[in-house]
Write a protein that binds this ligand. Structure first.
Ligand SMILES: NC(=O)c1ccc[n+]([C@@H]2O[C@H](COP(=O)([O-])OP(=O)(O)OC[C@H]3O[C@@H](n4cnc5c(N)ncnc54)[C@H](O)[C@@H]3O)[C@@H](O)[C@H]2O)c1
Length: 246
């Protein structure tokens, strides 16, 4: 098997950790980045992978990062957070409509900037290296409204708009940009209380393994701009192809 150079942002926990484990177990050269250094370093040690502290929201850190690394074959831009708190991410349960600007900026910068800066800094080297794959962890909340967390929904819609709009150009240079769109997954991002509420509505929660299958499909299929939908009990399918404005 050819050994690939793989990067996973937000790879210390949850879906990213599962993706890291999967690709490391297949003998690849895996770099996990995250801001949770204790978790990231422990996972890398367990997997025989490498860990590096890297905040995906920082332009400076991205510039430094690309100066340190040879081009990657496969990149998973996975780091992301939910707003938490009330409907606008504020923490006062009495104030349903209280707006927390700082939290809004935090969630937007991790979920949107983390993807845009990542592609902007990594794609050029991948193009010069002959190509590669970039898979963004979006969400079904990028395809459908999510009443409980409108800011999270906004960021995931933004990310999918970016992926769909940029993918046709990148694939002309053999870089395949696509997205995976999981329903709710059993990770620390969705706490036990939320998971129980979701189950009460009659839906199951995905396992990380089900998401890994979709991530592998995204890399294997190389379908530029694809949004791979992962829903409990259904096979992984591509969302309908969008029309492309010139
Ligand atoms: N869990 C779900 O239900 C679900 C569903 C759909 C999509 N997603 C998406 O999956 C991705 C992974 O989430 P998860 O569920 O595994 O959650 P998680 O909390 O287990 O993992 C997210 C990781 O991102 C890291 N991170 C946070 N801020 C960062 C930053 N500034 N720079 C680098 N890393 C940072 C965290 O430290 C953590 O390790 C996210 O993009 C999330 O939006 C999750």
């Amino acid at each position: 098997m050819t050994q690939h150079r793989i990067l996973i942002t937000g790879g210390a926990s949850g879906i990213g950790a599962g993706i890291a484990r999967h690709w490391a177990n297949m003998g690849n050269d895996v770099l996990i980045t995250d801001v949770d250094d204790a978790l990231g370093a422990a996972l890398a040690q367990e997997l025989g992978a490498t860990y590096q502290h890297h905040d995906v929201t920082s332009v400076e850190q991205w510039a430094q990062f690309i100066s340190q690394h040879k081009p990657f074959d496969v990149v998973f831009l996975n780091a992301g957070v939910a707003s938490g708190g009330n409907i606008f991410g504020a923490t006062n349960p009495e104030e349903v409509f209280e707006f927390d600007l700082g939290n809004y900026r935090r969630v937007s910068s991790i979920n949107i900037d983390g993807v845009v800066l990542g592609v902007a800094h990594l794609a050029n080297a991948m193009v010069k290296n002959g190509g590669g794959d970039i898979v963004v962890t979006a969400s079904m909340a990028g395809l459908f409204p999510i009443q409980a967390d409108p800011i999270y929904g906004l960021t995931k819609h933004a990310v999918l708009g970016f992926v769909k709009s940029l993918a046709p150009t990148l694939i002309e240079h053999n870089v395949c940009l696509s997205a995976i769109c999981p329903f709710f997954v059993d990770t620390p991002l969705v706490n036990a209380e939320s998971q129980a509420l979701i189950r009460e509505t009659g839906f199951d929660i995905l396992t990380v393994d089900q998401v890994i299958d979709a991530a592998q499909t995204a890399v294997a299929e190389r379908s530029a701009g694809a949004q791979w939908v992962i829903f409990p009990g259904l096979p992984v399918v591509k969302a309908p192809e969008p029309a492309l404005l010139p």
